[in-house]
Design a protein around this ligand. Sequence first.
Ligand SMILES: Cc1cc2nc3c(=O)[nH]c(=O)nc-3n(C[C@H](O)[C@H](O)[C@H](O)COP(=O)(O)OP(=O)(O)OC[C@H]3O[C@@H](n4cnc5c(N)ncnc54)[C@H](O)[C@@H]3O)c2cc1C
Ligand code: FES
Ligand code: FES
Length: 924
Amino acid sequence: MHLRISSSIMFDILLLSSLSVTELQFPPGISSSDSEKEQNGTTTPRPEAGNSSLVFAVNGEKFEVATIDPSTTLLQFLRNHTRFKSVKLSCGEGGCGACVVMLSKYNPVLDQVEDFSVSSCLTLLCSVNGCSITTSDGLGNSKDGFHPIHQRFAGFHASQCGYCTPGMCMSFFAALTQAEKANRPEPPPGFSKLTVVEAEKAIAGNLCRCTGYRPIADACKSFAADVDLEDLGLNSFWRKGEPKEVKLRRLPLYSPDGRFSRFPEFLRLRLKSAKILHLESKSWYSPTTLEELKSFLDSNMIEDDMRTRLVVGNTGMGYYKELDNYDRYIDLKYVPELSTIRKNHQGIEIGAAMTISKVISCLKEEGNVNYSSDRKQVLEKLAGHMEKIASGFIRNSASIGGNLVMAQRKSFPSDIATILLAVGSVVSITTGHKLESLTLEEFLARPPMDSRSVLLSVHIPSLKPKGSGNSNESSSKLIFETYRAAPRPLGNALPYLNAAFLADVLPQVNGLIVNDIQLAFGVYGTKHATRARKVEEYLSGKILTASVLYEAVKLVKVAVIPEAGTSHAAYRTSLAVSFLFQFLFPFVNVGSAIFGGVSNGFTGNSLEDSSENHKNNSLRQWASPKLLSSAKQEVKSSKEYYPVGEPMTKSGAALQASGEAVYVDDIPSPPNCLYGAFIYSTKPLAKVKGVELESNNLQSGVAALISYKDIPEGGENVGSMTTLGFEPLFADELTRCAGEPIAFVVAETQKSADLAAKSALVEYDTENLDPPILTVEEAVERSSFFEVPSFLYPTQVGDFSKGMAEADHQILSAEVKLGSQYYFYMETQTALAVPDEDNCILVYSSTQSAEHMHHTIGKCLGIPDHNVRVVTRRVGGAFGGKLMRSMPVSIINMQIKFFLNVFIAYALSLSYFAAIQSGLVYVR
Ligand SMILES: Cc1cc2nc3c(=O)[nH]c(=O)nc-3n(C[C@H](O)[C@H](O)[C@H](O)COP(=O)(O)OP(=O)(O)OC[C@H]3O[C@@H](n4cnc5c(N)ncnc54)[C@H](O)[C@@H]3O)c2cc1C
Ligand code: FES
Ligand code: FES
């Protein structure tokens, strides 16, 4: 089955003159059917597909996959086997949102479809069996009409390079879909049921490196039922001060069509009758009972050295990038014991495969039930803390169990382990036929779980004050708080330190007695979260006074000591101190008369009711902000340089939002395309004696290993042209810095290339070499300087001596140190090299400097510059990082083309030989 590619992609394809790649072909085993596409709500269901193939829908089209490597991600499938290229690959770790899609899944228990955003770079394809996927190019396009989300992103100037925009649109669309399905009052015409706060939060976790978030947030808020249009920033729809009706008329119309979920009927029909995917041949198992799961894990299945991976959301791969192949995957989502939440008077039992998002909703719901304020505040605070974990599109697939297992097995810096430790949670695990129940503390302290053990559930006990029911101590109360300090306070960043404190306190006339206290600290450079037992013991039974708090703080300094080698060790300890101080200080010397007011403020209730104003001030920080941001913008424009300064929609912005805009990596890989990965130096200064690939890699699709020795005759070892001269493409006999490319592996797939590069063995020799220069100071000391071209010499501006003499304040000496910086361009460095006739070459590159690239390629390959054609249509973010650093990527591609012509002639590989004959060897 062939898929035609969309018109804008066609344009680029036509540029590949020697190619006739106008169709995208599925590999054997994959088919797509337009005939099954839902049209006007009617469907043509097909005969039951059986359970030996994956069936899912992308933008309404049915896909059926009979054979696939189970480690294939949804993103890889969408980008390599469908025409839907709006799904972008950037970080590949769940950290940026460029790859976000909406997943719609039928919940047979509730008989309803659930829609939520997920990161397709971490979602495994096999796990979307029976699901429907919506991408930004599925919402609308230039031919059929853009979706109002695309149009408003364009009109609010919310898309600069556009690489992040389709992902933003999908995060927002998923939130919109959920809100429309909610049981809420009908919004005014033209608006959605979303609130301004929800609209803003919908895109939290989607990173943009160019635009700035205000226009993006404004585009989203323009859909909210409670928005004040006057608050929205500069846009190309209306001018400030125009009446609301005019503004509304000019906004691209949004009207929910009632078909909120994009879940085709054929999937619903199939799911209602079909069982779960059971792809034994492809080593993807979806057990539906605990017994079945146990039998899969049975010894005879793993004895034969097969590598088995239990999987739920697969988001753990975002942190622990594993390139190695597993022999079998076991999906835990369909085992009822792992996928249910049970609540009773003893507490909440959460199945280990429950997603963090679902657990948050459950805790919030429980918090709303008419429980005691003690229980309510604990549940609300747990939920509030969990909302700061990762981003919505990660929490929607990441499981509680996965998080705890990572914390237990690999010392993952978990928030969940810390906060659940403080409330005395208990876990259930099964190993073979043995079922165990143990405290979370015991679980974390155990040696890493083996691969046959399964975490079944975690139980959060119903917390009651110790004094309840006892007339003497009836006023005993619980206070609970959680903390985390992270580079981004509202989420999407792992913490430097987290903590959760639960105290049972008894207000007395002369102060507060600490009946009992549980202090959990995590992520401070220990293997796992721990309780500060000595501090707990010290505080228990004491009346909270300043001196008691002072002693407790001193004990924390000794208890929270990061292990040797932990970064920011002193900072982490000081954070622990400040968290405990923040927790207890409001209650120091607080007697029963004012306790109620203070604890009200503490739990985020009306601060105004509290009796002590100074206490209130210190408590205000707990009240969570309603809006993430708020600002006022006043723009004055003048006609002096008209049309400069006019808010005009950027041409192509809607194309970017819908994903029609073509970036280099969107150009489909032609047949026989090869992929590559660099082998980098791990030593800053060393002789490279040899590079070898592991023998198994040589058999698994590796086509070549090239190094500086393979620079073509007449060419030079140059990889980029900088203001300080040319830089080498490869380290020759000597590496000059860690991270310098030593060699390049070329393989049939990106995965084979990455695996081979990762496991390559490089032999170094540092004998008789001076120590490397690692700092500027050392360079100065050893007189090691770059030769600076004269045009970069500093020039005198003004009269320095006079200025200094007249200055009110003089800086006599100062030192400024700038560390290294990671560019984090959203679109990675990409190039596609296409051989052309007569020793010419065409390269598509995401470069900011086509002219320098052009010259450097010619020099490296020893061919005239005019034999090289460089095409750059658009660049997905660059920030200067694609001026020089894009060159090696492109040059290496050219070089491979030249090199492989020789190499293949010797190797006589049939496929390559055929490729050479037709001149079709492509290297990405
Ligand atoms: C971008 C990003 C940011 C994050 N930020 C935070 C953060 O700020 N704080 C925080 O605490 N966490 C954070 N996380 C971690 C996240 O919570 C975990 O990745 C997630 O909960 C793991 O769940 P999963 O279902 O995806 O696990 P998977 O990836 O499917 O599995 C993870 C591991 O656990 C094993 N496993 C899973 N379930 C079980 C089970 N029931 N029994 C036995 N083994 C099992 C798997 O075999 C695998 O080894 C972040 C993750 C990402 C990707
Ligand atoms: S590419 Fe998936 S989140 Fe960044
Ligand atoms: S527009 Fe968002 S990354 Fe460039």
